[in-house]
Ligand binder design. Structure first.
Ligand SMILES: Cc1cc2nc3c(=O)[nH]c(=O)nc-3n(C[C@H](O)[C@H](O)[C@H](O)COP(=O)(O)OP(=O)(O)OC[C@H]3O[C@@H](n4cnc5c(N)ncnc54)[C@H](O)[C@@H]3O)c2cc1C
Length: 325
């Protein structure tokens, strides 16, 4: 029973987010016989790409197919349920546990349930450099995850476009796949003179003039046009987006967050609020890979299950310790 006195469906765990982090947590929780609801707004960050790389046994799978396989695996268990909805609020209930409300998407019903524990796995939002056509090439010719998409770009004429101060480090990483690389700072990003010399020694150059747009023909990127009209021919490459978790729905919980807004967790995914856990890209260090998020989900599930056992043992102990009538 929630605070409004109305009966609400109860779950052992509500998992927020149906990416690899949340789905992996949920699969392991249902297998621990925990009644688990996954609530997913179904807007994954990687939806821009057609092929997901590097997930053992699923290299090259469509990211949407990977998630569908995950949802199907969970719903094969009586304990598992997946709903398409945007979680709007998670609130701590007076007697323990959490109320979770969500607005249905894709014609799905709204949700108002109670759970003993909550796993946050809602990933990150990303902001790309503000160039008019950049989205048109994102996920096909322009990518953000070097480890994920570097291989397919081996030895190609690449760009790295970003406005941050870690461009030299990312360019150095990228040079493992191609050193026919130009780093575009868009007049904003920082590359020190020392870093520029270090990159030049690897064949990588730095272009500091502001960009007008990424250009292409029939959806295929052909280059970068600068604001002074110069066209630099390039076939693709990488963007350095800004990443931030969108966690308004847990504002009332007062979770510890780091300087980037990511949810601080211990090695098992426990947050600073008891019975609230987090896994995947919304925890430090932020954007990783599918298999890393899935692994974190499995770690969290084991912690949730053990903590719930601990809670029920403590409840029994307090009943036994209470004076008999
Ligand atoms: C373009 C692109 C390509 C990539 N390619 C690869 C690749 O090839 N290989 C690889 O290993 N990694 C790749 N990645 C990285 C990978 O996608 C992420 O590391 C991984 O998806 C993180 O998993 P996650 O479960 O933490 O979050 P996500 O997969 O982002 O899932 C989070 C989910 O939470 C949902 N959500 C958010 N807010 C709410 C809310 N309020 N209520 C309910 N649901 C919510 C979102 O809709 C989403 O479905 C790529 C990333 C991008 C952006």
């Amino acid at each position: 029973m929630a605070e409004d006195g109305l009966p609400h469906e109860t779950f052992d765990v509500v998992v927020i987010g149906g990416g690899p982090g949340g789905l992996s947590a949920a699969l392991n929780l249902v297998r621990a016989r925990r009644r688990t609801l996954v609530v997913d707004s179904n807007r994954p960050r990687n939806a821009a790409t057609l092929l997901a790389r590097g997930f053992l046994t699923r290299d090259g799978i469509s990211p949407l197919e990977l998630r569908k396989l995950g949802r199907d695996e969970i719903e094969r268990y009586d304990e598992g349920e997946v709903a398409f909805a945007v979680v709007e609020q998670v609130r701590a209930l007076d007697g323990g546990g959490f109320g979770v409300t969500a607005r249905g998407v894709r014609g799905a019903a709204d949700i108002d349930v109670v759970a003993s524990a909550v796993v946050i796995a809602s990933g990150l939002a990303e902001t790309l450099p503000a160039l008019p056509s950049i989205r048109a090439y994102y996920g096909t010719q322009l990518h953000s995850c070097v480890e994920c998409d570097g291989y397919e770009k081996s030895d190609a004429e690449l760009v790295l476009i970003g406005e941050t101060d870690d461009l030299a480090e990312r360019a150095l990483l990228l040079s493992q796949w191609s050193n026919d690389l130009i780093v575009f700072t868009n007049g904003v990003g920082t590359v020190t003179d020392d870093d520029e010399r270090m990159l030049a020694a690897r064949g990588v150059s730095v272009e500091r003039r502001p960009i007008d747009d990424v250009v292409g023909e029939r959806g295929v990127m052909t280059g970068v046009r600068l604001q002074d009209g110069t066209l630099i021919e390039r076939v693709g490459g990488f963007i350095r987006p800004l990443w931030s978790p969108v966690l308004d729905y847990v504002d009332g919980l007062d979770l510890d967050r780091d300087a980037d807004g990511l949810i601080v967790v211990d090695a098992k995914g426990r947050t600073s609020v008891p019975s609230v856990y987090a896994a995947g890209d919304s925890t430090p260090p932020g954007p990783q890979q599918l298999i890393v998020a899935a692994g974190a989900g499995a770690v969290v599930a084991a912690a949730v299950n053990r903590d719930l056992i601990g809670q029920s043992v403590a409840e029994v102990a307090s009943v036994l310790a209470a004076p008999s009538q």
